[in-house]
Design a protein. Structure first.
Length: 283
């Protein structure tokens, strides 16, 4: 593909629990920063369980690594006062992008707690508090959110979030480009033109990927699963095959009009960069 006009590229990290893990995260971030991505993002635990670690990581990535960094913000379990305080800190620090999510419900909780229950309410709250200061990202689920009643309900939820004031969306990862294109087509027919960036999960460890995918509703195609299973503990073959599968899917996505790619790095640089190099993306 031509390298003269690069699609939007971003990388996601999660805050770590140990100093050693944090140092590894920073090493990864510095490595990825060499490729001049459009932004980094950093996840946020349910009920603000990683609030301080997310805050510190975001400020360090943005201030020291010098890549614009978007904190995830979740309304599950947080009060308006807590969210307002965080927004003020981020605004004062010059952070200009936020990923606004409902957040994962803690185990056993049937519905969201806190003053804001849904992501569209969080988007509206951010807009009411900060105007147009933040570029707001929302989540999209091409294969349906695992807790949605059905696909039509999930589409309606996305439209509500988009119309509440979102600027763009990032999808849950998937391994079938057709589900992305179908989701975008349905959203466009509902009158929403919000840019929707595919979330990309490099394949590096099959057993972990299978567990995580089952939990979040991302379907691994049977032919991919069977090939990965056949490699057993041969990690080199798993990663080589995984890189090929993901690279070919990304090529199809970009050729089909996807505005960019958002890589779920799991705090590792090389799996995402292997795909980057295959796509011959400009640095």
């Amino acid at each position: 593909m031509s390298t003269s006009l690069r699609p939007s590229i971003s990388f996601e990290f999660f805050p770590t629990k140990t100093e050693a893990g944090h140092e590894k995260l920073l090493t990864t971030a510095h490595r990825l920063a060499e490729y001049k991505p459009d932004f980094f993002s950093c996840t946020y635990g349910a009920g603000g369980s990683t609030r301080d670690r997310t805050l510190n990581t975001v400020l360090q990535l943005d201030g020291e690594v010098k890549i614009p960094t978007a904190p995830h913000l979740s309304c599950v379990g947080d009060t308006k006062a807590e969210l307002r305080e965080l927004l003020n800190v981020y605004q004062d620090a010059g952070i200009q992008r936020i990923v606004a999510l409902r957040g994962d419900l803690p185990s056993g909780m049937g519905m969201a707690s806190g003053e804001l229950r849904y992501a569209n309410e969080l988007v509206e709250f951010i807009r009411a508090e900060t105007g147009d200061h933040f570029h707001i990202e929302i989540a999209a689920y091409p294969e349906m959110h695992p807790q949605a009643r059905n696909f039509e309900d999930d589409l309606a939820n996305f439209v509500r979030k988009a119309r509440a004031g979102a600027d763009s969306a990032i999808t849950q990862y998937f391994f079938n480009a057709d589900c992305y294109f179908y989701f975008v087509e349905r959203v466009r027919k509902l009158g929403v033109d919000t840019p929707i960036v595919p979330g990309i999960m490099p394949i590096t460890n099959y057993s972990k990927l299978a567990r995580f995918s089952d939990a979040c509703g991302a379907e691994i195609p049977r032919w991919v699963r069977k090939q990965l299973e056949a490699y057993g503990d041969d990690m080199a073959s798993i990663q080589a095959f995984g890189t090929q599968v993901i690279s070919e899917m990304c090529e199809e996505l970009l050729a089909g009009g996807a505005p960019g790619l958002h890589f779920y790095t799991l705090n590792q640089a090389e799996p995402s960069l292997a795909v980057w190099h295959n796509l011959k993306l400009a640095r």
